[in-house]
Design a protein around this ligand. Structure first.
Ligand code: CUA
Length: 308
C-alpha cells in the first residue's frame, strides 16, 4: 500500500508497457517470496528462543541440507524458469515505428525514422503510438548515458560507437517521463524527457504535423534569433536552415517542457534560460548571452513559443 505512493509519471509502479508490466509482476513475486522466507526465518528464531530444549537439539544437518541447499536450489530454478522467457526481447513489427535517440550533453536528440515523419528531428520529447511496436535505436556521440522510461521498459545504455536497440510496446495512452540513468556529467540529473503515448491515429496526425516546417510568426524574435547567431547550433525548418548541433527548434512551442524535461514552457523560463543556460543546467554546451538585453531575450522566447 505504501509503495502505491511511488506511482507517478516516472515510476516503475505506473506501467504503460508490456516489458515494464512483466518486470513489475516479477518484482512483486520476488518481493512476496522474500517476505515469506523472512517471516519463516523469524518464526523459527522465535521458536528457538522460546523452547529450552536447545541443548538436546538433533537434526541440524537435515535443516542445513533442506534450507541451505534443496529449497534454494528449487527456488532459484523456479525463478530461472519464470524469468528466462521474459528476457526474450520483443521483435520489431512490420507496421512498427523506428525512432533514433541520441544522448547528448545534456539533452536527447530524437529522430523519427519511419512513416510520415521519416527524417524529422525533435528533442527531449518522445511520442509513441500505443499498441504498435516501437524500436529505439540508441546512440551517443561522446559519453555514456542510459535511456530509461521506467513505466515502459528497462534501462539500456547509450554507448559511443555502437547502436543499442530496444523494442517496446505501449499498452495505454498517457503522459509519462523518462530520464538518464547513468552518470554522464554535471547535468546528469537535469536530463529527463517527456514520453507521450497516443492512440495510433493521433500519433500519425501528430507525426505529420511534426514533419511540417515552422509556422508563420509575428514580432522581432525571428530576426533576433538570426542576429544573435542561434542558427549556428539550431535548426528551425522553414525559417533557419541552421546547423543541427543543438536541439531542433522547429516545433519548440508545441512541446510539453524544455531544457530536457526540467523547465516549464513559459516565456520567463525560456528567456532566462537563453541569457544564462548554465545557471539552470550546469555544464551545458550552449554559451551564455548574459549581455543580451532582457527585451531581446523575451522577443526570442516569444518567437520560440510561437513555433507550434
Ligand atoms: Cu545523460 Cu546521465
Amino acid at each position: 500500500m505504501l509503495l502505491g505512493g511511488c506511482a507517478g509519471v516516472q515510476s516503475t509502479f505506473s506501467t504503460f508497457g508490456t516489458e515494464a508490466e512483466a518486470l513489475r509482476a516479477l518484482g512483486g513475486g520476488m518481493f512476496a517470496a522474500a517476505a515469506l522466507i523472512t517471516l519463516g526465518v523469524l518464526a523459527l528464531a522465535w521458536h528457538a528462543v522460546r523452547t529450552d530444549e536447545g541443548l538436546d537439539f538433533h537434526g541440524g544437518l537435515r535443516i542445513v541440507l533442506w534450507l541451505g541447499a534443496i529449497v534454494p536450489t528449487l527456488l532459484l530454478t523456479a525463478l530461472l524458469v519464470v524469468s528466462l522467457p521474459r528476457m526474450e526481447p520483443l521483435s520489431a513489427a512490420e507496421d512498427g515505428v523506428e525512432i533514433a535517440v541520441d544522448g547528448e550533453q545534456f539533452w536527447w536528440r530524437v529522430s523519427y525514422r519511419s512513416g510520415a515523419g521519416a527524417g524529422v528531428e525533435t528533442a527531449n520529447e518522445i511520442r509513441i503510438p500505443a499498441g504498435r511496436a516501437v524500436t529505439f535505436e540508441l546512440e551517443s556521440p561522446d559519453v555514456i548515458h542510459s535511456f530509461w522510461i521506467p513505466g515502459l521498459a528497462g534501462k539500456l545504455d547509450m554507448i559511443p560507437g555502437r547502436t543499442n536497440v530496444l523494442t517496446v510496446l505501449a499498452t495505454r495512452v498517457g503522459s509519462f517521463r523518462g530520464a538518464c540513468a547513468e552518470f554522464c556529467g554535471l547535468s546528469h540529473a537535469n536530463m529527463a524527457f517527456d514520453v507521450i503515448a497516443l492512440e495510433p491515429d493521433d500519433f500519425d496526425r501528430w507525426l505529420a504535423r511534426l514533419a511540417r516546417p515552422a509556422a508563420a510568426v509575428t514580432g522581432d524574435g525571428r530576426r533576433l534569433f538570426d542576429e544573435y547567431g542561434c542558427p549556428a547550433c539550431h535548426v528551425v525548418r522553414g525559417h533557419h536552415p541552421g546547423t543541427p548541433i543543438g536541439p531542433d527548434l522547429t516545433h519548440f512551442g508545441s512541446r510539453v517542457s524544455f531544457a530536457a524535461g526540467t523547465l516549464p514552457l513559459e516565456i520567463g523560463a525560456v528567456s532566462a534560460f537563453l541569457r544564462d543556460p548554465a545557471a539552470r543546467k550546469p555544464g551545458v554546451r550552449m554559451p551564455s548571452f548574459v549581455d543580451m538585453p532582457e527585451r531581446d531575450a523575451n522577443a526570442i522566447a516569444a518567437y520560440l513559443l510561437e513555433l507550434r
